[in-house]
Structures are given as structure tokens and as C-alpha cells.
Design a protein around this ligand. Structure first.
Ligand code: NAP
Length: 283
């Protein structure tokens, strides 16, 4: 692999670029973005070797798309139009149904691999890129059977070299599970932040009283609305289902408090402590 084109050089694209370059110093990383200032920043941070445009994609051995999921749906068919017969196109989007659907009948569908690296932070843009972000993390691959075997192998080697383990899933199962594991966490963090900001008008009080519990629970509320709004739009029906379950649990908890049923409150929390066992070993 000689020429890699990163469409999107923010947190995910930039972090992938760092690790891929570290493992393959001979590779030339070309950056593509909407804004020249973003590419300038990526160059100055050494995330990319060169700036490029979409017209250069025909020279790509590998294209990695790490832009918001609505932009991926729009752009992906034209990227596949441009890529050479031996070129591989991978996306890193946090939803998979709409993205897979966008190219289901594309003549070059076999050049595309749908992935979702389960790694990230609440920060965005090139300056958020981190070395080693993907080490020990899971990459979910969807519809692997629709990608040419040789290109699958190329991608799997790349992911394993940066320390990722692989889970295979169909796009529907991916979007359903990820609504609970990731999308609901973000919504609840955003709404926790909103609730506190609305009630605690004094920013100094919030700052002074924000213990590690509040800080860690509200961390995801720092995330980019530009990235998350299209995710919530594409995964609307699953997210509504998760919110209904979550709101029912919150209401139940409120009812128990109103009823002074602290024995039941204790039990609710004790039962949920089981999460410690489930998440044992995750850093
Ligand atoms: P990011 O840091 O905000 O970077 C995304 C880049 O995409 C931006 O630098 C921006 O460059 C470009 N962009 C924004 N809107 C665009 C549009 N409409 N058309 C074309 N380019 C656009 O975001 P990220 O966290 O790397 O996320 C990238 C992808 O990875 C998303 O699909 C996301 O769902 C997925 N993902 C994110 C995480 C996470 O935790 N953050 C984890 C796994 C997967 P310009 O400034 O030039 O517009």
C-alpha cells in the first residue's frame, strides 16, 4: 500500500493517519477536507504528508472516510465511482444502515468495507487526533461478505497492526446495539449538562462543585453537535426506543423516591452494580 487518502482528518481520520504512518513509514498520507484551514492544521500537526482533492482518488490504494455520517452517505457513491478497481474504500461512521444502503447496488460495492471503530474522545478536529487511540479497541465490520476477499485481508491487517480486535455484525444489529451503548450515553450526558446549566445559573458554582462524578458523567456533553446530529437523525427509530426505556427507568426511580421506597432504590442500585463485572478489564 503506497497512497492512502484520508477524507476527513479530525479525531478519527487524524488518529488513524498517525498509527498507519507509524506502522508503514513508506506510505504517503494524502489529506482531503472541505476547508483548506483544516488541511493546513493537519499538515502542521504531521497527520498528513500532502493535501489532495477528490479528483486524486483514482490514485488511491486505500481511502478512509471519517466525516459526519450524513456527508458520508452523500459522498460515498462518488468516491466508489472514482476509486480504481484495486482500491479499497473504508468508512468509519458511527451508523451503518444508511451508509451500507447508499452503496448496496453500486457496481464497485466490492471495493467498500463498512467499519465502526469503537474508540474516541469528546474532542474533534485535527488537534484532537491521538496516537494509539485504537489500541485494544473493537472495530465493528458490517457486511464483510460484500467486500472482495483480497481487500478484506488488506483492511484486517491494517486494523490488527494498530491493535484493534474485530467484531462482525449486520448493519441493523450494529445500529440497534450502538443506540444503547453509545448514542443514549451521549444524549443523557447532553441532557444532564443542560439540566445543570438551566438550574445552576452561577458558572462559578458549577465549576467549584463539579466533583469527578459530575465531570465524568457530563464529559460527552462536550462532543461536537455537527457530528452527533446526523447520527441521531440516521438512527432515529432505535434512539427513540432507547429513550423510551431510559425515560421509563428515570420515572420509576422518581416514583420510588416520592414513595419513600428507599429499600427499592437500594435494590435498583445494587442490581445495577453488576455493570462492574460486565465492564471489568475495560480501561
Ligand atoms: P471530527 O473530529 O469533527 O472530524 C470530521 C472532519 O470532517 C472535520 O475535520 C471536517 O473537516 C469534516 N467535515 C465536517 N462536516 C463535513 C461535511 N459536511 N462534509 C465533508 N466533510 C465534513 O469528527 P470525528 O470524531 O473524527 O468523526 C468522523 C467520523 O467518525 C464520523 O462519521 C463519526 O460518526 C465517526 N466516529 C466518531 C467517533 C468519535 O468518538 N468521535 C468514534 C467512532 C467513529 P472540515 O473542517 O474541513 O469541514
Amino acid at each position: 500500500m503506497k497512497n492512502i487518502y484520508m477524507i476527513g482528518v479530525g479525531l478519527i481520520g487524524g488518529s488513524l493517519a498517525i498509527d498507519i504512518k507509524k506502522n508503514n513509514p513508506e506510505v504517503v498520507i494524502h489529506g482531503i477536507s472541505r476547508k483548506q484551514t483544516t488541511l493546513d492544521e493537519a499538515l502542521s500537526l504531521n497527520l498528513i504528508d500532502k493535501k489532495a482533492t477528490l479528483d486524486d482518488i483514482e490514485n488511491a490504494d486505500l481511502v478512509i472516510i471519517s466525516i459526519p455520517v450524513d456527508a458520508t452517505v452523500k459522498l460515498l457513491p462518488s468516491i466508489l465511482d472514482k476509486v480504481s478497481d484495486s482500491g479499497l474504500v473504508v468508512d468509519a461512521g458511527s451508523t451503518k444502515v444508511a451508509i451500507c444502503k447508499a452503496v448496496e447496488n453500486h457496481p464497485k460495492r466490492r471495493n467498500f468495507l463498512a467499519t465502526h471503530p469503537i474508540a474516541g474522545t469528546e474532542f474533534s478536529g485535527p488537534s484532537a487526533a491521538l496516537e494509539g487511540l485504537f489500541k485494544g479497541k473493537t472495530n465493528i465490520i458490517c457486511e464483510v461478505e460484500k467486500t472482495t476477499f483480497k481487500l478484506q485481508e488488506k483492511a484486517l491487517k491494517l486494523f490488527s497492526d494498530i491493535g484493534m480486535r474485530i467484531r462482525y455484525m449486520n448493519p441493523e444489529a450494529h445500529d440497534k446495539h450502538i443506540a444503547y451503548m453509545s448514542h443514549l450515553s451521549h444524549i443523557s450526558s447532553f441532557m444532564l449538562g443542560k439540566t445543570v446549566i438551566e438550574k445552576e445559573k452561577n458558572e462559578r458554582d458549577i465549576f467549584d462543585m463539579a466533583g469527578s462524578g459530575f465531570e465524568s458523567t457530563v464529559r460527552l456533553a462536550k462532543s461536537s453537535p455537527a457530528m452527533w446530529t446526523p447520527i441521531f437523525k440516521q438512527n432515529k427509530s432505535n434512539i427513540i426506543e432507547t429513550l423510551e426505556s431510559y425515560i421509563a427507568n428515570l420515572s420509576h426511580f422518581k416514583d420510588l423516591i416520592e414513595q419513600d421506597n428507599f429499600k427499592a432504590i437500594y435494590n435498583e442500585m445494587e442490581n445495577t452494580n453488576y455493570i462492574k463485572d460486565i465492564l471489568k478489564g475495560i480501561s
